[in-house]
Write a protein of this length. Structure first.
Length: 139
């Protein structure tokens, strides 16, 4: 079974497993085999073109739990287009990279935008800090 998907939600979900956290934008094609479960078991997942990088747009905002977790992501997990993170794990630097909020995202939560000083120039990273697991208190 073959599906052409134009969904940034799927792109963001696939992005973690496929290492797409520093790619551009475009179309995703997924191919499933057996059982109809994309990317599991005997299924095959193939990317055609590029998809929005995780956090590159409000629609692909990084989901975190609280401000501290957002700062941690920006300072440690985010990768610049050429690789690496200029904040070097400094959570305070992650905090200082916050430009402000940009209003509600696709699910209605207020999004923050961070400017990460990558070697190729500042990169905007959109973060939704209101995605705690059920029962997990927001720090």
């Amino acid at each position: 079974m073959r599906h052409i998907v134009h969904s940034t939600a799927l792109a963001a979900a696939l992005g973690l497993g496929l290492g797409l956290a520093s790619c551009g934008g475009g179309e995703t094609e997924t191919t499933t085999t057996g059982g109809g479960q994309t990317g599991t078991g005997g299924g095959e997942v193939r990317v055609v073109g590029t998809v929005p990088a995780l956090g590159a747009t409000p629609a692909s905002a990084v989901m975190r739990c609280g401000a501290g977790d957002s700062y941690f992501y920006v300072a440690t997990k985010f990768k610049c287009p050429g690789g690496g993170n200029p904040l070097g794990g400094d959570v305070e630097a992650g905090s200082r990279a916050r430009r402000g909020n940009v209003g509600p995202g696709p699910d209605g939560h207020i999004l923050d935008v961070y400017d990460v000083p990558c070697p190729s120039g500042p990169v905007a990273v959109y973060v939704d800090m209101y995605h705690c697991r059920p029962g997990q208190p927001m720090p």
